[in-house]
Design a protein around this ligand. Sequence first.
Ligand code: 9MG
Length: 299
Amino acid sequence: MFWQTTRFRIDLGQPRVMGIVNVTPDSFSDGGAHASSASALAHCERLVREGADILDIGGESSRPGAARLSASDELARLLPVLRGAVSLGVPVAVDTCKTEVMRAALDLGADIINDISALLAPGAVEAIAAQPACGVCLMHMRGEPPTMQECADYADVVTEVCSFLAARLAEVTGRGVAAERIVLDPGIGFGKRVEHNLALLARQPELLALGRPLLLGWSRKSTLGAVTGRAVNERLAASLAAALAAVQQGASIVRVHDVAPTVDALRVWRAAGLGARAEPAALHNPGASGTALNSCDRR
Ligand code: 9MG
């Protein structure tokens, strides 16, 4: 199973670690520690040294209650960091919901668009379809960050998230984006309460049945605080446990702040032989298997 992105065809035969780089003064979990371009780029370099397979750079905070930013302010934060990050030898994702930001990031060489609103903004699907190969992550979110926790009501959260992601996958592929460019994400914490997030973990195989690889972001999230009673800066152990549980439940990519410890945890998981995966029939890609590229090989 592969994830096709602009410059890299990422082999998902083993779980991949996506390192988070927030270029935001109001990020929920790192307090805006990387708000200047130089320190954000230094953080990118550090995450790559620690073993990140993919970088995810964001200029607008998506924490519950976060204020929205204009596209020009988001670009002013993002582009100087992206310019440097694309030369670090790993695929670079840009976390944005704005079509204008997607276009500019792709023009500058971004490999992946990570969109917490699943390309629902006007023109977003067209911006992705206009590119021959960029990757995209379609995430489920109920409402929008400023108010999303007020929308956390579901009859059956897993069924509703599956239906939403299936519909977005059908829409985006129907408009010309190859399925092998797309991964799906249930959006832990985005308009969901503790019990919803835990149900999504317990029933993650239902999401896998959508036939695309899953990206999961549990790192430092409030559900982990609710379960452990720990503050955001004390959630490393809980984040590692959640990442491993997500991978054990079939996740292909984990989006994390703490790259080095996650890489170590996954090494132990693989050494124990737990990493061998049968390829689900729905995920088999005969075209990709013929090319036999190694992990994250450049195209
Ligand atoms: C930007 N961002 C914050 N949390 C996220 C998550 O869980 N998944 C994805 N894809 N992006 C996220």
